[in-house]
Design a protein around this ligand. Structure first.
Ligand SMILES: Cc1cc2nc3c(=O)[nH]c(=O)nc-3n(C[C@H](O)[C@H](O)[C@H](O)COP(=O)(O)OP(=O)(O)OC[C@H]3O[C@@H](n4cnc5c(N)ncnc54)[C@H](O)[C@@H]3O)c2cc1C
Length: 488
């Protein structure tokens, strides 16, 4: 006789509270097993990196610390989802599968279709709950705001757990020892993972850290403490958007720090807004959302892409941001936009040369925000104002003393503040006086910003006149924009 069980399949929802699938399983009245799957095909995909896997692994450990009081635990398996489903079906009488919907890349979408087909063939219902007010099956944005509001106004789910000891079972899908050993190590430079830390970060923002949020959001150094820093927790679901919204909205400091609280509350809605775009058009991952931009040629120059990726472009703030991101997994919004702008506009490289590079580096990699934001900054939507960031201006404005630059590009430490944003302006004598030599200690700029900026502007704005760009622009407005009639 096989044991009857329900299955909860965790994806980007690694928390124990405000969790609809876990609640449904708890209320169903039969034993349930909770799984997280490390899937080799996803690990091999170029958007995946060890920092993500470590974050997930430690978030699961945190969940298990909460669940052990109820003799429960998340079981981590290593294998392809379809094979694991088939195996579980062999050893158990699986009654239902519960999970959240995933607005993911093409690979996870295809995987879900295969799993769904198998479960249907075995008459096993798969209940996929809506994640963070992202609606499946929408054709356009008419009424989306109301749906979002209604979802967010609902109560945060309070999960409770009964004690239950499941029969132990063996699977051929154990985590390989070496793999597990690698994930155990968690670098202290990254934000710590898990639900417990998600709440610590959210609380400290509301209580003190975030009070100058609106003033410091774009500063490369000050933003590290003034911003919410909740993005990895939202991306991996250690925190739901609703939990964050309710907590911040009801916080007593909201009234005394209106601008900071309003700023972050607005962005929590953007979070859902961008993922909704991706849910409706997952081609954002690999194709220009405005197909008219496929004909805009940007010849590949691998030396430029490599210099960008390694933080060796010769533009101090760009290199500092890239190196900081490599070391810590986080930079603020404006600095992300500047990195994309440099790659796509000044270096004239296709946006697809950079998406996976940054996806691997962002600890908070969330496909729904990543690809949509990337294309917006690369100017391939044809409906948004294209902002071509000048990295020198950004540097002078947001890191005037060059403190952030010198922290991450120590080669520039001897350079006087007057030259730290544009070291190429130093004369030979200036360089001799401070024992710093351009081209030897630090690269010369990879392009001339005046020239590259002019070419980039002509190229991107010129292409707006392309007929297909215009036609696609109309389609994008009708599909993805909330008030198409007021969008310019
Ligand atoms: C090219 C590019 C790629 C990006 N990729 C990602 C990504 O993979 N994952 C990700 O979470 N964010 C991404 N962002 C958006 C933004 O930079 C980060 O959400 C933000 O820097 C996270 O820091 P925080 O938690 O301190 O944000 P806060 O400023 O404290 O905001 C709180 C939350 O609101 C949401 N949010 C903030 N800004 C935005 C925005 N512009 N668009 C959508 N949601 C927003 C995030 O969930 C964030 O955690 C990207 C931006 C750009 C320009």
């Amino acid at each position: 006789m096989k044991t009857k069980v329900n299955i909860v399949w965790l994806k980007r929802d690694l928390r124990t509270q405000d969790h609809a699938p876990l609640k449904a399983a708890e209320e169903a009245g039969i034993p349930y097993v909770i799984f997280y799957l490390f899937e080799p095909s996803l690990l091999a995909y170029p958007d995946s990196s060890d920092r993500h896997l470590r974050f997930v692994y430690h978030a699961l450990k945190d969940m298990n610390r909460h669940l052990q009081k109820f003799d429960r635990q998340v079981r981590t398996l290593y294998g392809e989802a379809l094979e694991i489903c088939q195996y579980l079906h062999e050893i158990f009488e699986v009654q239902n599968v519960y999970s959240y919907q995933e607005s993911g890349i093409q690979l996870t979408w295809n995987r879900d279709k295969a799993v769904s087909k198998f479960l249907q063939s075995q008459n096993i219902p798969w209940f996929q709950f809506q994640r963070d007010a992202v609606v499946r099956g929408l054709k356009n944005r008419v009424g989306w705001d109301v749906l979002w509001q209604q979802t967010m106004e609902k109560e945060v789910l309070a999960n409770s757990y009964t004690k239950e000891t499941l029969p132990s079972f063996e699977t051929p899908f154990q985590l390989p020892k070496q793999f597990q050993k690698k994930l155990e190590k968690y670098p202290s430079e990254f934000q710590p993972a898990g639900e417990t830390y998600a709440w610590k970060y959210l609380r400290s923002f509301a209580e003190e850290r975030g009070h100058a949020y609106h003033r410091q959001i774009s500063k490369p150094e000050a933003s590290r403490t003034a911003c919410g820093r909740i993005s990895p927790y939202l991306a991996w679901g250690n925190l739901s958007v609703k939990q964050a919204l309710h907590y911040l909205y009801l916080h007593p400091n909201r009234k005394s720090h209106k601008r900071a609280f309003q700023g972050i509350l607005t962005r929590l809605k953007w979070h859902c807004h961008f993922i909704q775009k991706f849910e409706m058009e997952c081609g954002y991952e690999t194709l220009c959302v405005n197909k008219g931009y496929e004909s805009l040629v940007r010849p590949l120059d691998t030396s430029k892409v490599t210099a960008w990726e390694k933080g060796q472009t010769g533009f101090p703030l760009v290199d500092a941001c890239m190196r900081c991101l490599r070391a810590t997994g986080w930079i603020n919004f404006r600095m992300r936009a500047m990195l994309v702008s440099l790659l796509c506009h000044h270096l004239d490289q296709d946006w697809r040369t950079g998406t996976h590079v940054l996806a691997r580096l962002f600890l908070d990699y969330e496909p729904g925000i990543h690809y949509t934001q990337f294309q917006m900054q690369a100017g391939t939507t044809g409906i948004n104002t294209v902002r071509i960031y000048n990295p020198v201006k950004q540097s002078q404005e947001h890191d005037p003393q060059g403190a952030f630059i010198k922290k991450w590009v120590p080669e520039l430490t001897p350079v006087p503040t007057a030259f730290v944003h544009e070291p190429w302006k130093m004369t030979y004598m200036d360089q001799v006086f401070c024992g710093f030599h351009l081209g030897e200690h630090y690269p010369l700029p990879i392009v001339d910003l005046q020239v590259s900026g002019k070419i980039a502007r002509e190229k991107i704005w010129g292409h707006r006149k392309n007929l297909q760009v215009k036609k696609e622009g109309k389609r994008i407005l009708q599909t993805h924009v909330r008030n198409p009639h007021i969008q310019k």
